[in-house]
Design a binder for this molecule. Structure first.
Ligand SMILES: CC(C)(COP(=O)(O)OP(=O)(O)OC[C@H]1O[C@@H](n2cnc3c(N)ncnc32)[C@H](O)[C@@H]1OP(=O)(O)O)[C@@H](O)C(=O)NCCC(=O)NCCS
Length: 205
């Protein structure tokens, strides 16, 4: 079953993020049950290339999307965060964004892991985040699906990523999308006094 119940949707307004509730079309009402018993999201996810105008929404999203289970506390403090979301090394072209009900609700950053031509068949997910109030509606799944499709068309052979061993939600998401574990960097980080593994995952496109 979807983790976000219809009753929690109005909280999207609370953050000032601007997401608003969708009233399902009459034909959609009562038709939201998947064959396996899960409740289908009533929200439409649309993925598109990022543009400069997304910057404000992405700065707001980035400020609240990460936790000590999913990211690095040293980079989360307000005075440690970049003033801009995009910069020379991270231009809009490196990102896809997802809109939920027409508002930016998540992003994925895709970059080559190295500049080596011998490594050019590989692309790495170097950032994926969804607004906390927009989660469990298929936003991250939509971003990954769109990224995979675009990369496959470009001839990319393999999509890789690194995920903290404490990030159960993201690991589940990647496994659901067919990523497999290729290795683990044991106790690679020390986060809040606890040693945390870094899990390497990949999917053949
Ligand atoms: C991980 C994250 C990107 C998932 O985004 P999302 O839009 O909520 O994911 P989806 O709705 O597409 O979920 C797809 C599936 O992933 C799994 N999943 C997602 N969130 C989960 C959670 N909190 N607990 C367990 N499984 C979860 C489920 O199998 C889910 O399918 P279901 O909702 O039908 O059960 C989001 O929680 C997030 O932004 N977290 C903070 C940043 C982060 O961890 N980024 C990844 C860094 S490697």
């Amino acid at each position: 079953m979807s983790g976000v119940k219809a009753g929690s949707i109005p909280h999207l307004r609370r953050t000032g993020h601007g997401l608003r509730q969708v009233t399902p079309a009459p034909a959609e009402r009562g038709a939201g049950i998947c064959h396996d018993g899960r409740v289908k999201s009533r929200f439409e996810v649309r993925v598109r290339p990022a543009r400069l105008a997304d910057q404000e929404a992405l700065i707001e999203l980035e400020a609240i999307a990460w936790s000590a289970e999913s990211g690095f506390p040293s980079t989360m403090a307000a005075d440690q965060r970049n003033a801009t979301f995009f910069d020379d090394r991270n231009p809009p072209e490196a990102f896809l964004v997802a809109e939920l009900d027409g508002r930016v609700a998540g992003y994925i950053r895709l970059k080559p892991p190295t500049k080596l031509p011998e490594n050019a068949h590989v692309i790495q997910v170097q950032g994926l985040a969804v607004h906390p109030d927009a989660r469990r509606h298929g936003v991250a799944s939509g971003l990954l699906a769109a990224a995979e499709e675009t990369l496959r068309e470009r001839g990319t052979r393999k999509l890789t990523l690194r995920v903290l061993g404490t990030n159960a939600a993201a690991i589940r998401l990647y496994e659901r999308r067919g990523f497999v574990r290729e290795g683990t960097l044991l106790e690679e980080f020390c986060i809040k006094g606890r040693f945390v593994d870094d899990v390497i995952m990949a999917k053949r496109l």
